[in-house]
Design a protein around this ligand. Sequence first.
Ligand code: HEM
Length: 408
Amino acid sequence: MVAIPAPAATALPDAPRFPFGRECPFHPPSLYARARSAGPLFAVTLWNGRRAWLVTRHEEIRAVLMDDRRFSGAMAHPDFPTVTEARVTVDRNERAFVGMDNPAHDHYRRMFTREFSVRRMLALKARIQAIADAVIDELAAHGPPADLAGTLAVKFPSLVMSALIGSPYEDHRFIIDCAVGRHGLTQTPGEALEKARALAAYFRRLIDDKEARPGDDLVSRVIESHVKPGQLSRDDFAEIGAMILRAGHDTTTNMIGMGMLLCLRDEDLRRRAADPASVDAAVEELLRFITPVQFSPRRVALEDVEIGGTTVRKGEGLFLLLASANRDERVFADPDRIDCARDATDHLTFGYGIHQCLGQTLARYELQVIYPALLGRLPGLRLAVPLEEIRFKDDMQIYGVHNLPVAW
Ligand code: HEM
């Protein structure tokens, strides 16, 4: 038999414009895999003509994120890389610890770790379950068809955040509008900054309200433990609070929408996600497979650093592509396949190093509760439109679906 020669591998483009489009809505851009097989670093060109590096492999991404001496996460740094012009303005104005290096980062983050501890989150779990049951009751009462992305996927995390923070639930539309306005890829710098400022101003008013009428919530507790003793100013708390609100709404919402879409298309995944005994592994695999945060974390090199034979020069920016790390065949066998039997816990969906997601226990609990609750209560749940009618969030920093019409 004559062997058919393998097609010659097409050469990688030279510093293409980043971000790239996806060929398939369920997978990261194919260029990630091609770049990953060529080496851990790949040069790209940003919207402003500047060059930056994509870090594509699991090992090197972890190494950079652990090396906070040579790679800065200070968003106000003049060379900090961005995917849009609007993001430059937002980054320069970031006052919360997500945009700080140490020692300032740890100084502020420490004031909030207790609020997100496993103990505190476990105490919240019964409430999360009750919220899930209530939103599903409401969906069932509404009857089919319904758009899961615009209803339950937004409402459930919003109610959980409201229970945690103590913010009135009625404000969630405003909060989401601000979060989305900042996470979009299409806003002008002015619009993005306005949304960022509006959310911080909102949180500042919330602090005043809680000072006057304290409750059993994060804001009231942090006022007692850190604001009143003079360690945390009200303005700094407002900036951090706005960051927590943004982080807690948009991410989980997208994991619910995209995760449910995948469950409705894959019988094995659906069965495992519906069963409280196997849902934890299904959630980890979905977190790995979806990786909703598309263009963060980012860093800027503070000195020349060699990575895998290539030198990153001082002042050059890096994108740590978590979605690529999570499809790295060196760590995950057959990475483009959803396999709930694998151990996916090495995924980097929540980042790594000092900025690793503070809300990850909460996010996990929300997903571990909502998937089985929804799939268990509505066993006939199915997609109500052809896949072509689903609009994917290629226009957002946080990936997911804009709509998810379902019936049952
Ligand atoms: C599935 C849901 C979530 C995902 C995928 C996610 C992902 C991430 C990632 C990748 C980072 C690192 C960002 C960076 O280094 O630039 C991060 C940081 C953070 N996340 Fe999450 N997140 C989720 C849910 C949440 C929730 C529910 C909260 C809070 C209620 C939260 C609060 C935070 C905070 C405060 C940070 C900043 C940590 C720091 O800088 O020290 N996240 N998250």
